[in-house]
Design a protein. Structure first.
Length: 248
């Protein structure tokens, strides 16, 4: 039995390409797009090689020509949606705007494809789209003055903010999607309980009442909260760069 660590490094991207042989009539792009459609509709549990083959009207044989198993198919699907994330090239804009575009774009991609959240970190992202993001991110942050591990920490900080925001939003969306209620309706349904316990939590109750209608507009609140947090992160990084000893 191979060591457990092999699962992490045994990637579809590191495997040598297959010979021409007798290729199936379906292309890898068609298979990956169909897989993403299933994933968007039902998440990873709704994706299987058999279901994908049925959806394609080709059976599972065509799928197995390109990938050895579902894990490899998920790798291809993750990298495909990574292609939706844009990172400006150095010189096109300042590093703050570039970092904002990266983080916001990554969050938008995760909200469009929430199944990706649970796959981040399962295997290294070695596909062409992920590597393009990495290449441009390194160039952007290096041009700003970050280097070495500090550059890695800055990139991780930006991605963590985007992932954290998307994880919370996706969780609430998933919880309310089957209830037949909108986000705002779900919040209003909690009002009677919050009214009853308000006297026991006066600071929270006062703050909640001061919010007024803002408390029920969750989508706007989530977007504003993400932007607020991102701007404060960038403020801190900019200040850190400015006061760092240039001779260190």
């Amino acid at each position: 039995m191979p060591p457990k660590s092999d699962h992490f490094t045994n990637s579809v991207w590191t495997r040598p390409p297959r010979g021409r042989g007798e290729q199936p009539t379906l292309s890898r792009e068609q298979i990956v797009r169909a897989a993403i459609e299933l994933l968007d509709a039902e998440g990873p549990t709704g994706l299987s090689m058999r279901r994908l083959g049925t959806r394609l009207g080709a059976g599972a044989t065509s799928v197995y020509w390109y990938v050895a198993n579902k894990d490899e198919l998920l790798e291809l699907a993750v990298d495909e949606v990574m292609g939706e994330v844009y990172v400006p090239e150095v010189g096109d804009t300042g590093w703050r705007i570039g970092a904002s575009v990266l983080a916001a774009g990554f969050r938008t991609m995760l909200l469009r494809h929430p199944w990706v959240i649970g796959l981040l970190g399962v295997r290294p992202n070695l596909g062409p789209n992920a590597l393009r993001i990495g290449e441009r991110t390194v160039a952007l942050l290096a041009a700003a003055g970050f280097s070495g591990m500090e550059l890695a920490h800055v990139s991780s900080l930006l991605m963590s903010h985007a992932i954290g925001s998307a994880t919370m939003v996706s969780a609430v969306r998933n919880s309310t999607s089957g209830s037949g209620q909108s986000f705002d309706e779900a919040v209003r349904a909690l009002e009677p309980h919050l009214e009853r316990v308000g006297a026991d939590h006066p600071n929270y109750d006062r703050w909640r009442r001061d919010l007024g209608a803002d408390a029920t507009d969750l989508e706007r609140s989530w977007d504003e909260g993400f932007t607020f947090g991102l701007e404060r992160l960038l403020d801190g990084l900019e200040m850190w760069l400015a006061r760092r000893d240039p001779n260190s």
